[in-house]
Design a protein around this ligand. Structure first.
Ligand SMILES: Cc1cc2nc3c(=O)[nH]c(=O)nc-3n(C[C@H](O)[C@H](O)[C@H](O)COP(=O)(O)OP(=O)(O)OC[C@H]3O[C@@H](n4cnc5c(N)ncnc54)[C@H](O)[C@@H]3O)c2cc1C
Ligand code: FES
Length: 506
């Protein structure tokens, strides 16, 4: 493969913002500069609140910068499941919220003249398998009944035959990087404040504390994908999932699909046009920390792309992660029933461009005391994971298994150094140590115990990172945080003895 391992959306450079260096005050503080955080920030600023947004890295450096760019209410197959787990009223609210989210993005794009290639186009869920036609028919029936104007079709523009497809018109695609940069510029031009490279490490009775300064605020919105606060126990109701994407240029521009597609069957394939001749192809998802060699997943996607389209070049490839909610619906609202101050949004199930947008609309209404009829359905402290106990029990048994077995393995396992270019958890003077041996001489050693809740990290060969299989935190070989929920870096260890390095004050 000759591609650049980089997201196509991160090619654009946006403005940068200073870190927080002092204690400041605002009406609301938003933690996280992805689509959920920035939409919340701009909507609250429009309502006249003083708003500060804090981002650990850079705007759009989280999952929003690594998506397929689809804005749709057609989330593969979901409405029949929601109607079964909850009821048709909840399914209707969910469909409405996603549809209004697309309108909200369009409104912001128009109002602020954001050049982000926003285009309306149809979305499809297709199957190439005859045994899944019934499933699609059922999904289309329920989606239609709850008010989504879907159509069941037998043919599509795809260069391979399908058995059936659900089509939903008037959905959209856009460039998430340009959209977020545009929102950030307008937000700050309108008096909002953004602080980058400032990691929130906790809340205080008055607001939030970062690794550099504090913000005092009446309202706190945590928009960090999985909340960094454990008090709401949302880490037990969501599980981390990683997916892979290729951006391929096609030899024949005319063969670029005009619509956005996702397969009903596994392995899932997600397709979306991006630009004049670029097709995004996604899939090969897996539970984080469960594939020691995810590099192969890019190759599987490339083979699929070449078998189905006349590929000129693999231009970009990247991977990213999101959290799947145990009961199928996102969690949006107060962190827990005893505080009306801290709000969270998570469980976007790889559809957070709309779910994150309507989360922001919900936060605005809650803070302004406005009626919002979606709110109750998505409340984070609902107990409905018990209505779908399979996912809930399975994912938490999986965490428990990792917590115990990975520990045992580390104490009873390897004692030799990994080969150059490789990484392993290996015992140094009896202490389990996560070592990446960059070259013959250069070794980067950190504690293998995740600073979130103590599971053992595992090496991700494709991304050269240490990933935690329990709740998806990720770290560089030097122990810096790539993704939360962890807010503390991993301790640096001595590669020979496994002891904490004295000069590492972290
Ligand atoms: C491969 C893939 C493809 C996808 N494609 C689509 C799609 O086509 N359509 C769709 O609707 N959805 C899609 N999704 C899902 C969607 O991208 C996400 O659900 C959505 O972007 C989440 O947005 P967010 O703002 O909540 O989180 P993020 O974009 O992850 O933003 C969270 C931000 O919080 C920051 N942060 C974290 N911890 C801290 C801290 N302690 N202090 C300060 N800041 C912190 C992070 O640095 C990050 O910038 C896809 C997901 C994946 C994995
Ligand atoms: S992310 Fe929770 S223990 Fe590592």
């Amino acid at each position: 493969m000759s591609e650049t391992r980089k997201s196509i959306w991160r090619e654009v450079s946006g403005p940068t913002y200073p870190p927080l260096t002092e204690k400041i005050k605002a009406d609301a503080v938003v933690v996280g500069g992805g689509i959920t955080g920035l939409t919340s920030a701009i909507l609250l600023r429009e309502a006249g609140l003083s708003v500060a947004l804090v981002e650990a890295d850079r705007i759009c450096s989280g999952t929003t910068g690594y998506t397929t760019g689809k804005l749709t209410a057609l989330h593969r197959l979901i409405y029949a499941d929601i109607a079964k787990t909850f009821d048709e009223k909840t399914a209707a609210l969910f469909a409405e919220a996603n549809s209004r989210a697309i309108d909200q993005v369009e409104t912001l794009v128009g109002k602020y003249e954001i050049d982000c290639d926003f285009r309306r186009l149809p979305a499809y869920t297709y199957t190439t398998r005859t045994d899944l036609v019934d499933t699609l028919e059922k999904e289309a029936r329920i989606a239609g009944k709850i008010g989504l104007p879907v159509e069941l079709v037998g043919e599509t523009e795809l260069p391979f035959p399908v058995e059936a497809a659900i089509k939903l018109d008037n959905q959209a695609r856009f460039h998430p990087g340009r959209y977020l940069n545009g929102l950030a510029e307008k937000f700050t031009a309108n008096g909002g404040r953004i602080f980058e490279q400032s990691r929130v490490i906790g809340t205080t009775s008055e607001g939030v504390r970062t690794d550099r300064g504090e913000i005092e605020a009446k309202h706190v919105i945590i928009a960090t994908l999985l909340p960094i606060l454990d008090r709401g126990l949302l880490f037990i109701k969501n599980y981390p999932w990683r997916s892979y994407l290729l951006a391929v240029s096609l030899q024949d521009k005319g063969s670029l699909p005009a619509g956005m597609y996702i397969s009903a069957e596994d392995p899932v394939r997600s397709l979306s046009p991006a630009g004049e001749d670029i097709l995004l192809i996604g899939g090969e998802s897996h539970h984080i920390g469960h594939d020691p060699d995810p590099q192969n997943r890019y190759q599987v996607l490339e083979n699929w792309a070449r078998n189905h389209f006349t590929v000129k070049k693999i231009e970009f490839s990247w991977s990213s992660q999101d959290f799947l909610p145990a009961d199928g619906l996102p969690y949006i609202g107060y962190l827990h029933p005893f505080t009306k101050r801290i709000m969270v949004a998570t469980g976007f199930g790889k559809w957070g461009l709309t779910r994150g947008t309507f989360a922001a609309m919900t936060f605005r209404d809650m803070i302004l005391g406005k009626e919002n009829h979606w709110r109750k359905a998505f409340t984070p402290y609902r107990l409905s994971c018990l209505k779908a106990p399979g996912n809930f029990i399975h994912s938490n048994m999986h965490v428990g298994r990792h917590f115990i077995i990975d520990r045992l393995k580390a104490y009873t396992g390897q004692t030799s150094l990994p080969n150059p270019g490789e990484a392993a958890i290996t015992k140094r003077d009896g202490r389990p140590t996560a070592i990446y041996r960059k070259s013959e001489e250069e070794r980067q050693a950190i504690s293998p115990v995740c600073t979130h809740l103590g599971c053992y990290v595992s090496w991700n060969k494709a991304e050269k990172s240490w990933d935690c299989p329990c709740h998806g935190s990720r770290f560089t070989p030097e122990g810096e945080i790539l993704c939360g929920p962890a807010v503390k870096v991993q301790a640096k260890l001595d590669a020979s003895t496994g002891k904490k390095q004295k000069k590492d004050s972290r």
